[in-house]
Design a protein around this ligand. Structure first.
Ligand code: ZN
Length: 447
């Protein structure tokens, strides 16, 4: 039973709000606070969204704030869902507030790069919050991918020590305790400021739940006013565009510049990453308003659709694509394999299907990319071996938690079916020490 919920602050992350709830409610342990809010021990929680709340918590929270409002105004939804197709956008809104869901199934959440690993804060906002509210909190706008400054104060954001991604064991890190006093560095590059303000204003704009204008059409329209699209509208110079754009963003010190492949996909309408699309639009000189409130006619949308049949001036350059994709694939595969990239932290088998889906590749494209293919081969394993790894992982996780547990807990957390249990035995030795293997085998033999 939730005793008392503090008021949520403007632009505060729900995660931050729950951290403050934990501090103010008098819950003496994380476990207690977690039980009041969430469903079960194994529920993962995501700092950018809300997580799988229990019914009681939803009911009580809805008395104060409707779930939809919380999702739109207090999670990173306006970033990840901004450019996805309308139906998908509505579906994501509902599911984020009402159903247990893995956000990776709702939209694309790219792996985190350098500079995006920890929750960030603005030293000046912190000072103001402390004066005004008596405490600091985690702001959403400081967490937008690829934005390096606070758009309100034009000063550089600082990284805290609190990991931004979801973790295996969830912890409340209230901003007040994790943000110290730090010096303010004002950003001097006008382009960095302009770019950050651009992303900030797109992020802040109300979400459109009525019109379904494909983002690829909007970008096509923007591109048609530049040298990157032939006046006939029938061929585009994607390679030149990608090169110029990359040079531009590197010159302002941005590290996560959209790749040629990401640009191609965004232009061909199956890619909706916020940062990639904003990078393209900003570089094309499009006004933020064009992204937020597009005023395209049906004919203009149709024209863009027809353009999908046009010939690219450059055909796919497999060598470059392979080089570009290999590090991304390596990161994805590793995260899936050891679980660090998965929402619940559980290791998974790296299947081709998953890789094709997550990387947005078309059938058999991996065949043309030897570096990527080699990575895939390195991660290939049989089902029984992947089950063995899951069981070892679940065993270690439960052991770490330090409470007594039963064999069925391992089964539940690992997700391995009972009938498959025996087949894992030959693989245990490869992934655990002798003592752990002994323990697990003993268990397997009695269950
Ligand atoms: Zn600020």
């Amino acid at each position: 039973m939730i005793a008392y919920m503090p008021t949520i602050y403007p632009d505060e992350l729900v995660y931050s709000w729950f951290c403050r709830y934990y501090v103010h409610s008098g819950c003496f342990s994380h476990k207690m606070a977690l039980q009041e809010l969430y469903c079960k021990k194994s529920d993962y929680l995501n700092k950018e969204f809300i997580g799988n709340l229990n019914h009681g918590a939803i009911e009580q929270i809805e008395k104060i704030y409707p779930m939809d409002e919380l999702v739109v105004d207090h999670t990173m939804y306006p970033q990840y869902a901004r450019f996805i197709p309308l139906e998908q956008k509505k579906d994501a809104l509902y599911r984020l507030g009402h159903e247990p869901c893995d956000v990776h199934h709702l939209f694309c959440v790219l792996p985190r790069n350098e500079g995006e690993q920890y929750l960030r804060f603005c030293p000046m906002c912190t000072r103001e919050d402390r004066e005004r509210y008596g405490e600091a909190y985690w702001h959403r706008k400081h967490q937008i991918r690829n934005v390096s400054i606070c758009t309100k104060h034009k000063c550089r954001l600082k990284e805290s020590t609190v990991p931004a991604k979801s973790e295996q064991s969830y912890t409340f890190f209230p901003a007040e305790s994790y943000i110290g006093n730090s010096e303010t560095v004002i950003e001097s590059d006008p382009l960095v400021i302009q770019f950050s303000e651009y992303l900030g204003s797109v992020f802040d704009a109300p979400m459109d739940f009525e019109n379904d204008v494909p983002i690829s059409s909007i970008l096509y329209d923007g591109m048609s006013r530049t040298k990157y699209l032939k006046p006939s509208g029938r061929s585009r110079y994607t390679k030149m565009f990608a090169d110029d754009m990359s040079e531009f963003y590197r010159s302002i010190g941005m590290c996560n510049v959209a790749s040629m492949h990401q640009i191609q996909r965004a232009l061909l309408r199956d890619y909706y990453d916020f940062s990639v699309i904003c990078q393209i639009a900003f570089f094309l000189g499009m006004r933020a308003e064009e992204l937020i409130n597009p005023s395209l006619t049906v004919e203009q949308i149709q024209q863009e659709q027809n353009s999908h049949y046009m010939k690219e001036v450059v055909t796919v350059d497999w060598e470059t694509m392979d080089m570009e994709m290999a590090p991304i694939l390596e990161k994805l595969a590793k995260g899936v394999y050891d679980g660090t990239g998965n929402e619940n932290g559980r290791p998974e088998r790296v299947s081709e299907r998953l890789v094709y889906r997550e990387m947005g590749l078309l059938g058999h494209q991996l065949e043309n990319m030897p570096r990527c293919k080699a990575i895939m081969e390195r991660y290939t394993e049989s089902y029984p071996e992947s089950w063995a790894r899951k069981i070892v992982w679940a065993y270690r996780k439960l052991k770490e938690e330090g409470e007594p547990f039963h064999w069925t807990d391992i089964r539940k957390i690992s997700g391995v079916k009972k009938k498959n249990m025996q087949s894992v035995i030959p693989y245990l030795g490869k992934h655990a020490d002798v003592e752990t293997v002994d323990r697990i085998v003993k268990w397997l033999n009695v269950c």
